[in-house]
Design a protein around this ligand. Structure first.
Ligand SMILES: Nc1nc2c(ncn2[C@@H]2O[C@H](COP(=O)(O)OP(=O)(O)OP(=O)(O)O)[C@@H](O)[C@H]2O)c(=O)[nH]1
Ligand SMILES: [Mg+2]
Length: 292
């Protein structure tokens, strides 16, 4: 099954984001810390242009901490004009840290205004990212008010909206944007597993099998521990494992129900923290070289 999701409201959101970029000081690109690469929209460079950009690795409470550190290093290495930070939107100290970085990024521009005798003004921020990455929640936390609608499903925000509280920041909430085609279907599967794709657009068992494979290869023991499955997992195929899980959950033959449970448990962090994307090796090497 081919996963794909680029409805009209996303194409419109992309156009509007390009129209708005001249109005904003900094683009905040929210990515999912569990899939720092797969959740980066390849259209983003076209949308953001030369605007200063802060990459915010959100939901870092659900991600593998050591991977997050490596990804932060990677992001700061690939482009000197962009900064990166990892946050859990619900942590007040992370929000404070984010505001501090944004103010630092704006310090020079604000100093120029001051030297010209202009009054300080609010910093204008456009928040962009894939669906369900936490854009609206992040904005609510920044302004300390529940003004933007949020929910744990993709496609909640359908129209852009400016939100402002206090004198410091004005934030533009935007609908989550994906792209026309996932060149690599593994990207589509990771987006589906983490909740960026509407649940009706993929087969749950497909994604569950992918998840089983990933966890067994990268975090051995977690599936067996969480669901009390037999230790001899390497001797079984992934479909056999899915059936074993279905039985263990007392779902009879209903492997689709078991698939759904596995997906939701993984999304909720019940199998622990995890990062599905690994840092590209070529960049690790060049970082080592540049550190010498
Ligand atoms: N664990 C965790 N959950 C988060 C975090 N930030 C947001 N969420 C949750 O992610 C879900 C989606 O949040 P939204 O703010 O609606 O996401 P959005 O990016 O605005 O989504 P669209 O409007 O559909 O594009 C909600 O259930 C939030 O509670 C975070 O840092 N950690
Ligand atoms: Mg939203």
């Amino acid at each position: 099954m081919h996963i794909q999701w680029f409805p009209g409201h996303m194409a419109k959101a992309k156009r509007e984001a390009i129209e708005n970029r001249n109005m904003v000081d900094i683009v905040l690109e929210l990515v999912d810390a569990r899939i720092p690469e797969s959740s980066r929209n390849p259209l983003m460079d076209e949308i953001v242009g030369n605007k200063p950009r802060l990459i915010i690795m959100n939901k870092s409470d659900l991600a593998d901490r050591s991977s997050t550190d490596r990804w932060l290093n990677y992001f700061s290495h690939i482009d000197k004009n962009q900064q990166a930070i990892a946050i859990n939107t619900f942590s007040q100290s992370d929000i404070t840290r984010t505001k501090k970085i944004i103010k630092e990024m704006m310090a020079e521009k604000m100093a120029v205004r001051k030297s010209k005798g202009l009054k300080p003004r609010a910093i204008r921020l456009m928040v962009l990212g894939i669906p369900n990455v936490g854009k609206s929640t992040f904005i609510n936390q920044m302004i300390k008010k529940n003004r933007a609608k949020t929910a744990n499903k993709p496609g909640v925000t359908q129209q852009q909206q400016w939100l402002k509280i206090g004198d410091d920041f004005e934030l533009l909430d935007t609908p989550g944007i994906l792209w026309h085609k996932f060149e690599d279907q593994a990207v589509g599967k990771k987006l589906a597993l983490t909740g960026a794709i509407k649940d009706t657009l993929f087969h749950k068992d497909d994604i569950a099998l992918h998840a089983l494979e990933f966890f067994i290869n990268h975090y051995p023991g977690r599936i067996a521990e969480t669901y009390h499955l037999s230790e001899k997992m390497d001797e079984k195929t992934y479909p056999e494992l899915l059936m074993e899980l279905t039985k263990k959950l007392n779902f009879g033959e209903d492997y689709e129900r078991a698939s759904e449970k596995l997906i939701f448990d993984i999304r909720d962090g019940k199998l622990g923290t995890y990062t599905l994307d690994s840092v590209p090796l070529i960049h690790q090497d060049s970082r080592e070289l540049s550190n010498e």
